[in-house]
Write a protein of this length. Structure first.
Lengths: 95, 578
């Protein structure tokens, strides 16, 4: 999807980054909530399992995996440029 | 919109808005903050996506630039609207393991078929929509017929999705219906208007991950509370239909057919072939996701990649339903044949209420709301493309500048969303009519599939055969539906929808063949890339070369396709023995 040279925006618009951001926020909030604010009656509801804590840790791990993937395999700039040319050519053809 | 069943979605709609509010969640500030975070991000996606929209193709097909994993997950989750989520968990609570048929036999084979056999024609012909393919293969009349049906269906279904969401939000959070309809409608409007299909697809994928994040703990903790899988089984056996709920076949309860032989035939041919192939291979809302892929390989891999999460997500949707059947008193009562102040469609909200603490409740709410909106956005974004390219450019106003069509696309988004909001407001007063509309629209896919197969396999099929086959097939399905409703054909409504699909398939094929025989066939030159075996000699050589080299094994479509089928089969075998 990246069409322009702005590297920061390219990273931002990479869906992997967006998923990582959302899950990092959710993970951190849920861990804090699970560690500090989840009442014992809420724990009883879940059969003694602290869903916020464990779910939060799980989401944080998912966030870390997406960060790792984004860094390990950045969007191929050349391929993006190629697809830009192609889609412009296609837009011309369809006129 | 669900793959097969209008009936699950329809029953979500007819659920009463309960006065004593047994579903009310005690959402706290933290939950609302998590929901708000999600929607801030979604609107942000819309704004970032805007910078890559400079042509109509960018807006309507994401500039054909998305990687296969994104289009694959979007392909899967365009169908995982909230009506699907709530409806399938309801099926799990009512029918137990039998509900997996909607996933494993009712989706996977069709998705694999689409990726392996049909996508080369779709993507290779560079068409931008399903109706456009019909024009190339058949004629403009066929394109227009299908485009009009699809546009009307999409906008009404967007309204149905919106209304279904308003009912749920009202029951869970106590918001008035009109407020929920207007807010959700506006959020969808803003991000699809600004970011086009990319924004819509990104939200679908994001929504998929949030739904999984919410459903996995519900499944695991639910199982834990039910005493594990063995505890769940023991409790189920004490219920009247408990034993049947643990067996996938012959699925009497699911099909409503008492004869075991015909019930299995209903599942395999009715669900697994007729309805499933009709929906998954030709419904543009789905197929559009693959059209936005960056190249042929990615387009073919789109439904194949989607097949894997589609197979596994059944576990975290249907098992919670079964858990509810033994742990939620209201649902238990229903299974024992009694009455209750809740219904099957309330399974997911009831489990959220019973199991989730504040905090995670917010995550689950965000997922639920997002999936409602994604379902609606999928309808709106496919409506856009079909209206702009097929009806406006292809028929009403051809030959304008691309800028003109980009603007039309944006206007259709606005008008389509507003009509959907209007439909949602009216839907409340005409609940039954909306049910019928959904059921009727589910019949359009089967004749479409028949016409596609005829066109792809038989180069003798002529232009007028296309719309004639579509029209008679659809009419046939409607006749069966009406006769069943009137009691002339005394079978279950599921059985009647399989029968209607079968009749539509056969009628569309027969009419298509007969009409073709009375006309002059098209020349081979017109059919290059549109019919099996009709290829341009030089292009065929290059295509062969491209697909043979340069792909690692895990990107090979055959490995993925067969892998998906094996996984689905393995899941069936696994549940025979646990």
């Amino acid at each position: 999807m990246p069409r322009h040279d702005n590297k920061v925006l390219n990273y931002l618009f990479d869906l992997r980054t967006i998923i990582a951001v959302l899950f990092a926020i959710y993970g951190i909030v849920c861990i804090i909530w699970g560690a500090a604010f989840t009442s014992s009656s809420e724990l009883d509801k879940a059969g003694g399992i602290n869903i916020n804590l464990w779910g939060g840790i799980g989401m944080l791990i998912v966030a870390a995996l997406f960060v790792w993937w984004t860094i390990a395999k950045p969007i191929d700039q050349q391929a993006a440029a190629h697809s830009l040319e192609e889609s412009e050519a296609e837009a011309q053809r369809n006129l | 919109m669900t793959s097969l069943g209008a009936h699950e979605a329809a029953s979500v709609l007819s659920g009463p808005v309960l006065a004593d509010a047994p579903l009310r969640l005690h959402a706290g500030v933290i939950d609302y903050i998590l929901v708000a975070t999600y929607f801030a991000l979604v609107l942000g996606i819309g704004f970032i996506a805007r910078r890559s929209v400079s042509s109509s193709l960018d807006f309507l097909l994401s500039g054909r630039s998305l990687p296969a994993w994104v289009t694959g997950l979007a392909f899967m989750s365009a169908n995982l609207g909230a009506t699907e989520l709530l409806g399938q968990s309801a099926n799990g609570a009512e029918f137990g393991i039998q509900a997996v048929h909607y996933y494993w036999i009712g989706a996977i084979p069709a998705m694999v078929f689409l990726g392996l056999f049909m996508m080369p024609f779709f993507y290779g012909s560079k068409v931008r929509s399903v109706p456009e393919f019909l024009r190339r293969r058949y004629n403009p009349a066929t394109q227009r017929f299908q485009a009009v049906l699809f546009a009307v269906a999409s906008v009404l279904l967007a309204g149905v999705n919106l209304y279904a969401m308003a009912i749920v939000v009202n029951a869970l959070l106590g918001w008035p219906l009109w407020l929920a309809i207007v807010i959700a409608g506006l959020v969808v409007l803003i991000y699809t208007l600004i970011g086009g299909l990319s924004a819509s697809i990104y939200n679908e994928v994001l929504q998929f991950f949030v739904i999984v994040a919410a459903m996995v703990p519900i499944t695991l903790v639910g199982l834990h509370k039910a005493g594990g899988w063995s505890g769940l089984k023991a409790k189920l056996f004490q219920q009247p239909h408990g034993h049947d709920m643990l067996q996938a076949f012959p699925a009497h309860e699911l099909t409503g057919i008492h004869n075991s032989f015909w019930s299995v035939i209903g599942v395999v041919l009715g669900l697994g072939f007729v309805t499933s192939f009709g929906y998954w291979t030709t419904n543009f809302t789905e197929v559009q996701r693959a059209f936005s892929a960056k190249d042929m390989s990615a387009a073919r891999r789109t439904p194949l990649i989607a097949a894997f999460p589609k197979t596994l997500i059944a576990l975290v949707i249907i098992i919670p339903g079964i858990v509810a059947a033994v742990t939620v008193p209201g649902i238990q009562k229903l299974n024992e044949g009694g009455t209750s102040n809740v219904n099957y469609n309330d399974v997911v909200p009831l489990l959220m209420q019973q199991l989730l603490p504040n905090g995670f409740l917010g995550v689950a709410l965000a997922g639920l709301l997002a999936s409602f909106m994604a379902g609606m956005a999928a309808n709106v974004s496919s409506l856009n493309t079909v209206f702009t390219y097929d009806l406006w450019q292809g028929w009403l106003r051809p030959g304008k500048s691309d800028r003109h069509y980009l603007n039309v696309g944006r206007w259709v988004t606005v008008i389509g969303t507003l009509i959907a909001i209007g439909t949602a407001f009216i839907a409340g007063n005409f609940g039954n009519i909306m049910d019928y509309i959904q059921t009727l629209f589910s019949f359009f896919n089967v004749p479409l599939f028949a016409v596609f197969i005829l066109g792809l396999l038989w180069k003798r099929a002529t232009g007028h055969a296309g719309w004639a086959g579509l029209a008679t097939g659809t009419a046939g399905a409607i006749v069966i539906f009406v006769l069943n409703q009137a009691g002339v054909i005394p079978i279950s409504s599921q059985g009647s929808s399989y029968l209607g699909g079968g009749v539509a398939l056969v009628l569309a094929l027969i009419v298509g063949i007969v009409v073709s025989l009375f006309q002059t066939p098209k020349s081979d030159k017109e059919l290059v890339g549109l019919v099996t075996g009709v290829v341009d000699a030089t292009e065929a050589a290059t295509a062969e070369g491209v697909s043979a080299v340069g792909e690692v094994w895990y990107r090979n479509v055959w490995v993925l396709g067969i892998g998906a089928l094996v996984l689905a089969a393995a899941c069936y075998i696994f549940f025979m023995f646990v």
